[in-house]
Design a protein around this ligand. Structure first.
Ligand SMILES: [Zn+2]
Length: 307
């Protein structure tokens, strides 16, 4: 088979795998991320099993950390749970505000829906956040570099004692927790699962023609986007419950000490899964974003009568 045919085959496979399900899912299931208003692309079967797979993932982590977890009465567990509760509370009151716009888009005609999507005006998807069973698990004996904190779909938060001890102020922990809770709000876990499946299909085709690790490169690019989105949503969630958003850039600057060094910083987006601490600090400190967060923060303080 000539090279031209190979490329035609590769291009056709790429187009059919990448484009058709994308259009199909987007039109059928146009879930929209709150605040960002990006229409995401989620496989409906993955959406329906999201909580079960999140629970399974959480159980696997528990197994892995067997004998290394703190009791719920330990001061670290109490502190993280208290701050997480505040942020989850913030998320729910934000949901109530956002729900004033109807989530049911079936009332609009097809073209109207396409127009709303193009102009990023589709109502946010929130029903996946109803009745979540939030849990917090603190693990000991793992260095921050390898395990700071993570969240499993369904609302399971795991943080390491090393990470907690590195952040003595509540606002620092609130920045981290708000970021993790924002991943749940944006439903990134589910979207990642959908995309990873597609990427591996494309990877299998492209693998015959190119030597780059297509799979990891695209995954890093997607993860970068998710991280920035969670930083932004997290900033709003923490601010809405009285944690000073102006402290968030300092937190990300501090976390820069764990950045993975990359040889070509300009390609970092494709080489590592997380943006650098400095980039993240800069992104949340952008005036238009900080202004939005400060509005929520001042509103909270006004309602509480804090000067
Ligand atoms: Zn994250």
């Amino acid at each position: 088979m000539g090279m031209l045919r190979y490329f035609t085959l590769a291009a056709a496979s790429f187009a059919s795998i990448a484009i058709s399900p994308r259009i199909l899912f987007r039109l059928q299931n146009p879930g929209t991320i709150p605040y960002i208003n990006r229409t995401r692309f989620i496989d409906p079967t993955k959406a329906s099993t999201e909580r079960i797979s999140g629970q399974r993932e959480f159980e696997e982590w528990k197994q892995q950390f067997q004998g290394m977890t703190l009791p719920s009465t330990h001061s670290h567990s109490v502190r993280v749970t208290r701050i997480a509760k505040n942020i989850v509370g913030s998320m729910h009151s934000e949901i109530n505000k956002l729900r004033s716009i109807s989530e049911d888009i079936s009332q609009y005609g097809f073209l109207h829906r396409v127009w709303l999507r193009m102009t990023r005006k589709l109502p946010p998807s929130l029903s996946h956040l109803d009745g979540l069973n939030w849990e917090v698990l603190i693990v000991t004996g793992v260095p921050v570099r390898y395990f700071p904190a993570l969240v499993c779909p369904g609302g399971k938060i795991i943080a390491s004692t090393a990470f907690i001890e590195l952040h003595p102020s509540d606002v620092e922990l609130a920045t981290m927790l708000a970021h993790e809770i924002a991943h749940i709000m944006a439903r990134h876990g589910c979207e990642r699962r959908t995309k990873v499946e597609l990427i591996s299909m494309i990877h299998r085709v492209l693998n015959r023609f190119v030597t780059i690790d297509f799979y990891q490169t695209v995954r890093n690019w997607i993860d970068h986007r998710f991280e920035f989105e969670a930083d932004y949503i997290g900033l709003l969630l923490m601010a809405a419950v009285g944690y000073d958003p102006r402290q968030a850039p300092k937190y990300y600057e501090k976390m820069a000490m764990f950045d993975v060094p990359v040889k070509y910083p300009v390609l970092a987006r494709f080489l590592v899964s997380h943006p650098s601490g400095r980039e993240r600090a800069k992104a949340v400190a952008r005036p238009e974003i900080m202004k939005e967060a400060l509005l929520l923060y001042n509103d909270y303080r006004g309602r509480r009568g804090v000067e």
